[in-house]
Design a protein around this ligand. Structure first.
Ligand code: 5AD
Ligand code: SF4
Length: 352
């Protein structure tokens, strides 16, 4: 078995195409150390030791969708809802930029209150005031809305596939289909966004083949980023009694994704840091090269409760978060990226 794993690793190292069976075999590798060491070496070889920070502003927890796994789902009446004002959003972006962050992520539930025009207006203001890249993460929208955001200067878009199993995703995200998500990911690429997808690990009904399909789909879509974190059951959702994802399994998916998609950006997710106190450090050692500090004003942070026991919700703003996360990075023997942390392809484009 270990011999098989070594030959698959060799094939990937020399730029060969993995089969689905290869990915399944890697995900089931009996020796985590072999896998994690290879993923860490691949990250070093393709992306070096810099870790990029992306400051995330969770500007609205309203959502029209009813995802079975998510605390922001429409039917969760226990959650106190908020929308930040445009002034509050711009002030948070300003604070983030002042703390040295070179990417600002604007994330919300699927909230139609914020029209494409409003989001474009916000992007324009942030880009004209600060030297930052902007990532949008506002869910399923029309192609027209995506175009407005791109024209306003948004650089990247995060839209996770969540799981590549078509029946599972339709059950977990009522009223949606995998095809719709894939269609949007293709639109976003076509519009020139650097595109991020990703999946949760440990969803009920998911198995190792599903996770291999997830990685393969991201390879086919040629994504530039992948957010991979454990599913954490939320008490006020229909999946409250589910088991949830484990640290070891999540790290394995992360490492295999790094091996199969060597050049992409992979965050050490807050979700992983929330189920294990060293979760993000471990992720940085098996392929991750991005951390996303939450720079949402502290009074709103705790209300963006996608899953319970999220870390850092009492941290007061980027002036505190950025040095704290930089410390984690330094202690991991790495350095903090000073540039925008664009995708490899985009960086080459900008040097032309
Ligand atoms: N556990 C972990 N991650 C979750 N997300 C939503 N609900 C949960 C949960 N219970 C993730 C999804 C989504 C992002 C906003 O949060 O991947 O894309
Ligand atoms: Fe809404 Fe996103 Fe949560 Fe689904 S995962 S309920 S779309 S915030």
């Amino acid at each position: 078995m270990a011999a098989d794993i070594r030959s698959i690793l060799k094939k990937l190292e020399t730029g060969g195409d993995p089969s689905l069976d290869d990915i399944v075999a890697l995900l089931q590798a009996p020796n985590d150390t072999l896998l994690f060491t290879a993923a860490d070496a691949t990250r070093e070889r393709y992306l070096g030791s810099q870790v990029h920070l992306r400051g995330i502003i969770e500007f609205s927890n309203h959502c029209t969708k009813n995802c079975l796994y998510c605390g922001l789902r429409k039917d969760n009446r226990r959650l106190q809802r908020y929308r930040m004002s445009t002034d509050e959003i711009l002030a948070a972006a300003k604070e983030g930029a002042a703390a040295g962050l070179r990417t600002i992520i604007l994330q919300s539930g699927e909230d139609s209150f914020f029209t494409g025009e409003m989001l474009a207006w916000l992007i324009t203001r942030i880009k004209e005031r600060h030297d930052v890249a902007v990532t949008m993460s506002v869910g399923d929208r029309t192609k027209g809305d995506y175009r407005l955001m791109r024209k306003a200067g948004a650089d990247r878009y995060l839209l996770k596939q969540e799981t590549s199993a078509p029946e599972l995703i339709s059950r977990l995200r009522p009223g949606t289909a995998l095809a719709g998500r894939i269609k949007r990911l293709r639109w976003l690429k076509e519009l020139g966004f650097q595109v991020g997808s990703g999946c949760m690990v440990g969803l009920p009904g998911q198995d190792v083949e599903t996770l291999a399909d997830d990685i393969m789909l991201m390879r086919e879509l040629d994504v530039e980023m992948a957010g991979i974190g454990p599913f954490i059951p939320h008490p006020d959702t229909p999946l409250s009694n589910a088991k949830g994802g484990e640290v070891a399994a999540t790290l394995r998916v992360l490492a295999v994704t790094r091996l199969v998609l060597p050049h992409i950006h992979l965050p050490a997710t807050t979700a992983l840091g929330s189920i294990h106190s060293e979760g993000r450090e471990m992720a940085l050692r098996c392929g991750a090269n991005v951390v996303m500090p939450d720079i949402t004003p502290v009074q709103y942070k705790k209300l963006y409760e996608i899953y319970p026991n999220k870390i850092c919700i009492n941290e007061e703003g980027p002036a505190h978060c950025v040095p704290c996360i930089s410390g984690i990075i330094f202690r991991s023997g790495r350095s903090v990226g000073t540039g925008y942390g664009h995708s490899a392809a985009q960086s080459i484009e900008e040097q032309k």
